[in-house]
Design a protein around this ligand. Sequence first.
Ligand code: P6P
Length: 338
Amino acid sequence: MDQGDKSTIRTKTPTEIILATPGLSPELKQKLLPIISALTRGGKIMSSLIARGPLLGITGSAGKENVQGEEVQTLDRIGQDTFCRVLEETQKVRELLSEEEPLPTFFPESDPDGLLVAMDPLDGSSNISVNASIGSIFAVFRRSKTTGKENLFGGDDRELVAGAYILYSASTSFVMAIDQKTYLFTMDPSFGGEFLGTGEPLHFPAGGKIYSTNESYFPLWEKRIQDYILWVKSERQPVMTSRYIGALVGDLHRNLLKGGIYLYPAEGVPGKGHGKLRLLYEAYPMALICQFAGGIATDGIRSILSIKPGSDLHARVPLIAGPMDLVSEFHKKTGNPL
Ligand code: P6P
């Protein structure tokens, strides 16, 4: 039985977990609490809209492209507007960076020492119209020192203090990584949409047998990546199985609960040499969630969390994420042992 299905009673809320976390200062707690509460409130709203999407006619395209050059879905915009609103209302977010907007949104009415949030408000949009898993991803940073600079995302004095995602699937999950632990909560629609968990931290199971990657890009990958995938498919024992649903949150959540490695390697073509996933609001939060669950995320060479963000706020990185045993095996087989 995997961790997500333990039949223990779920009574803990994210607020109770944060309040009981010894490694967070009172000053940080009083900023994180309203922000995490805003994320779960936004998650309830999005869960309700996504569940009724086809009936409301909001599962289609918004008819434009985002800063990434990707077709925007109507629910992408709704997600952007929903999380932007609930986070602004906390007055504890100084600046919000989103996949959907080229520049960060600055909240002048917020606490001058407020936190920074980077988000992908709705990830996996191509799954929306076919009722497959999608998610929202968040990274929360504090300024390591008050620099007075208002364009804070442009600075390099950020410290990642929390990572979280919401998974909209058979049920709606909220996964939060804070103070060296990763927690799972499930939304209970019959209980006012409260997110409830056991309070027990999540840990990747060892010996996982799942690998997740889009093998249609195999011809574009570096030879060391191709050789690893060929080895997994032909020689590795025990044999692994392939699972890939094309939404980072859904793929990573399954691998977190059952044990599996997620790979989005760099492609050897111009403009895609750094992979597809973005450092600040996809790789960073997933890396924190993995690390605090006993795993690790790398770019194929080094830990994601060791990568300093540059001036490109939407910079992309390759992402190899999963339990320590499987990611270490990948690094050993591809010539860069951890
Ligand atoms: P591909 C969704 O667009 C996303 O950003 C991630 O959620 C997902 O893992 C990946 O891209 C899927 O990309 O190239 O396999 O369709």
